[in-house]
Write a protein that binds this ligand. Structure first.
Ligand SMILES: Cc1cc2nc3c(=O)[nH]c(=O)nc-3n(C[C@H](O)[C@H](O)[C@H](O)COP(=O)(O)OP(=O)(O)OC[C@H]3O[C@@H](n4cnc5c(N)ncnc54)[C@H](O)[C@@H]3O)c2cc1C
Length: 381
């Protein structure tokens, strides 16, 4: 058993930590306060290769292993949690397009996404279904050399600034999960409209609803075989769930460290607040829980890198880790007293931001179903 990162991975970790501290953290709250997409940060991340981690080298990416992707997302989250959505989407798109898209689609979209100039979204959820993703109603019908899409997608991260989307649609509505296909849909096509959300957190990543009315895309924009979309997406979600865990831990770790500094300098009853065990023990407990969670996420990514099964472990990461991170940040907010409740510190934003990842990509309930199926067998759950 070897728990060490390679020299190269440690270099990546160090450089990302320095970048996040110098370039991202100072403007973390700016994007939230101004409801602004952090375009300049996207371009900086693109220049450093952060948005091409899972993109093939031929398309301008890094083809990094999943553990390295984990190290990057954890460090970026210390600076700006919401920039991590760029990593999640680009890892997802890099894997799915890199493996299953036509050469033309790959060459058009992946280099531009990796450089940060182009933003890709992932559209699975619909107004009537999120957890039950196989129940989507958006349809794609083959017409000559094209597919024509109709339907509505909801909750889509980065939609309002997106240039293209990976859209999941039914190509065989009677076949349930086995009738779903994935398409690359440029968002400037006729028949597309978008509607923005006003979320409690993650405000810079401008989620929204996508309406598709007779939207035509070339047949070559089908990703993988017809009716093969659902299995692809589920396989990719497997490891991005561990990335989400590390993203939440990065934000929580930054908050714990800021809180330690605050409690050392803030005085009450003539001494630093940290000298009260009621104040220091919660941070000792969160540090222990977060350390255990961190290694579990890295182990899950390592399993993926080894080509070993990791569906159960990924679901465990997604079920537990965002909750641990959100609860840790919540405790830190209380330990800041009333200042924690103001916008003078980033802690209130971190809480709003991290909570979003308790829901996105599947809630803890749905993760419990996946783990329970593994324990009891599908027929007993
Ligand atoms: C920050 C954020 C970013 C997102 N980004 C994207 C994106 O980019 N693309 C995209 O397609 N979607 C995105 N989503 C949507 C997200 O994937 C869905 O919200 C999520 O899958 C849950 O679906 P739902 O909201 O329809 O909830 P529902 O499925 O309606 O569930 C509501 C509640 O019931 C529970 N529940 C449902 N079924 C069961 C069951 N069988 N047993 C027990 N409990 C159950 C759920 O856990 C949940 O608590 C995002 C969401 C958030 C918050």
């Amino acid at each position: 058993m070897d728990f060490s990162f390679s020299d190269e991975q440690r270099m990546v970790q160090d450089s990302m930590r320095a970048f996040a501290r110098a370039e991202l953290l100072p403007k973390y709250t700016h994007w939230d306060r101004n409801d602004e997409f952090p375009r300049e940060q996207w371009l900086k991340m693109g220049a450093l290769g952060v948005l091409g981690l899972r993109v093939p080298v031929d398309q301008g990416g890094q083809e990094a292993d999943c553990v390295t992707a984990g190290l990057v997302i954890e460090e970026i989250a210390r600076g700006d949690f919401n920039c991590c959505y760029g990593i999640l989407n680009s890892c997802f798109a890099g894997d799915i397009l890199g493996k299953f898209a036509s050469p033309a689609v790959k060459d058009t979209w992946l280099p531009a996404m990796a450089s940060g100039e182009t933003v890709l979204c992932v559209c699975l959820t619909e107004p009537h279904c999120g957890s039950d993703a196989a129940a989507i109603r958006t349809q794609a019908v083959r017409r000559g050399d094209s597919y024509v899409l109709n339907g509505e997608k909801s909750g889509v991260t980065l939609l309002m600034v997106g240039d293209a989307a990976i859209v999941f649609a039914k190509t065989d509505p009677a076949a349930g999960a086995k009738g779903v296909s994935a398409f690359l849909v440029p968002l400037d096509r006729p028949g597309i409209t978008r509607h923005p959300y006003s979320d409690m957190g993650a405000r810079g990543i401008v989620r929204g609803s996508l309406f598709l009315e007779d939207v035509e895309v070339p047949a070559g924009n089908l990703i993988g075989p017809e009716n093969g979309g659902f299995s692809r997406v589920m396989q990719t979600f497997d490891y991005t769930r561990a990335l989400i865990g590390l993203m939440c831990l990065g934000a929580a770790q930054a908050t714990v460290e800021e809180t330690v500094d605050y409690l050392k300098q803030r005085q009450a009853f003539g001494r630093p607040l940290s000298t009260n065990q009621g104040v220091s023990f919660p941070l000792a407990e969160w540090s222990a829980k977060m350390e255990m969670a961190r290694w579990f996420c890295y182990r899950t990514l390592w399993l993926r890198d080894q080509g070993l099964p990791h569906t159960r472990e990924s679901a465990m990461c997604k079920m537990q880790v965002p909750v641990i991170a959100a609860d840790a940040v919540h405790d830190c907010l209380i330990l800041h007293g009333h200042y924690g409740y103001t916008k003078d510190f980033p802690v209130e934003q971190r809480l709003r931001d991290v909570i979003g990842q308790e829901i996105a990509d599947g809630t803890p309930h749905i993760m419990k179903i996946i783990v329970a199926r593994d324990l009891f067998g599908r027929d007993f759950v």
